[in-house]
Design a protein around this ligand. Structure first.
Ligand SMILES: *[C@@H]1O[C@H](CO)[C@@H](O)[C@H](O)[C@H]1NC(C)=O
Length: 377
């Protein structure tokens, strides 16, 4: 233990109960006050050893903290948030040291800070986010509002920070936004003005057709116009795929020659100038007539065997199948057909020999496939 000579001399005069460390207590042990109020803590020491008050974090007592008669009463006048914390009262004599701690809570109305502070000038289409941070006791709740509007805003809330954000701002997002923090001690608001630039002169793209259905092998044109100043530059692209190999692009018109089914998809027109960009979409479906085949396309059977033929077709759905027999008015008695293109004769006879034809039809066209069937004993 490290006693200064002064303390030792005092103790030899005052420490009546030699050989016993001081017993220290504080009253009250905790106090909660509002900002601006005054509060006192009294420290009592057995045997009257000298008293020392310190902050528990070892920082100096602040200028609004005063010690009263004999140093036993600590008074915080006009409390402020920074006074919150623990205050330790310590007393020492030759036998040792005793201490007790008082806790002070200072409630205060929220203080709010925005990052960035604003006003904000942003370009159309840019992402924007503003963080609202608040301190206060008890912990304040935070909300964002738009001046003159009750619409729900997109915000994210994490410990004491509430962020308002736009992935891409539009001209109509310009306005005054207010972050409000509230607790039992009061309510604080901070405003920020956000101005979206480029509303005038920003591109607006539009396509002549938003949906189109075309037949395989045809040539397709898609056109896109854009308003804006300076005149926007127009480009075309395809969603999640490169543009078809056989394409040309002239003055906003995209031409695709001899389209195939794989060219179906969404085409995006993008109009760009210094103020931003605008996208418009055309959905194109390429349809194709059926292409039919018979499986098998030749069959050699013995009388009594089962004849099974399957007509297959690719092309746009729905596809209808129809079996017939070349040179005959009808299929043999006992022949069965199914919607999905099967022909079945359970017990083939010699007279069932011949050529069978399947016609596959969809709303664009039709296609034929034939199968030669030979029944021989
Ligand atoms: C449209 O152009 C803008 C600006 O050049 C770009 O950021 C955006 O990704 C483009 N959109 C598409 C679909 O290519």
């Amino acid at each position: 233990m490290d006693f200064s000579p002064g303390v030792l001399i005092l103790c030899s005069l005052l420490c009546s109960v030699a050989g016993q460390a001081p017993v220290v207590s504080v009253e009250p042990r905790t106090a909660t006050v509002r900002q601006g109020e005054t509060v006192s803590f009294r420290c009592q020491v057995s045997g009257g050893a000298p008293i020392e008050w310190k902050r528990a974090n070892n920082q100096a007592l602040q200028d609004n903290v005063k010690l009263g008669p004999g140093g036993s009463v600590l008074t915080v006048a006009n409390a402020r948030p920074g006074n919150q914390g623990q205050y330790r009262c310590t007393a020492s004599n030759s036998a040792g040291r005793g201490s007790a701690t008082a806790v002070l809570n200072v409630k205060f109305a929220p203080k709010v800070r925005l990052t960035p502070a604003g006003p904000l000038l942003v370009r159309i289409g840019e992402p924007v986010s503003v963080e609202c941070r608040a301190t206060g006791r008890p912990r304040p709740t935070l909300t964002w509002k738009r001046q003159g509007s009750t619409l729900q805003l997109f915000t994210t809330d994490t410990n004491d920070v509430n962020t308002i954000q736009w992935p891409a701002v539009h001209p109509e997002d310009s306005g005054v936004y207010i972050c409000q923090a509230e607790n039992t001690e009061g309510m604080t608001e901070v405003k920020i003005e956000i101005t979206v630039e480029g509303g005038l002169g920003a591109p607006v793209a539009s396509v002549s057709t938003t949906e189109m259905t075309v037949v395989e092998g045809h040539t397709v044109t898609m056109s896109c116009q854009a308003t804006g100043s300076p005149t926007p530059v127009i480009t075309w692209s395809k969603l999640r795929a490169p543009l078809p190999w056989k394409h040309t692009m002239v003055d906003g018109v995209l031409t695709l020659t001899s389209v195939g089914r794989q060219d179906s998809g969404q085409y995006i027109c993008n109009a760009t100038n210094i103020h931003g960009y605008s996208e418009a979409y055309t959905q194109m479906e390429v349809e194709s007539p059926p292409y039919a085949t018979s499986l098998p396309d030749q069959a050699r059977l013995q009388p009594g065997d089962a004849l099974r033929l399957q007509c297959l077709a690719h092309g746009s759905h729905p596809i209808r199948f129809e079996w017939s027999r070349v040179g005959r008015a009808s299929l043999p008695a006992g022949a069965q057909t199914t919607k999905d293109g099967k022909l079945l004769i359970a017990h083939a006879r010699l007279s069932d020999s011949g050529t069978y034809k399947c016609v596959a039809t969809n709303h664009i066209g039709s296609s034929e496939a034939v199968a030669k069937v030979i029944i021989k004993a």
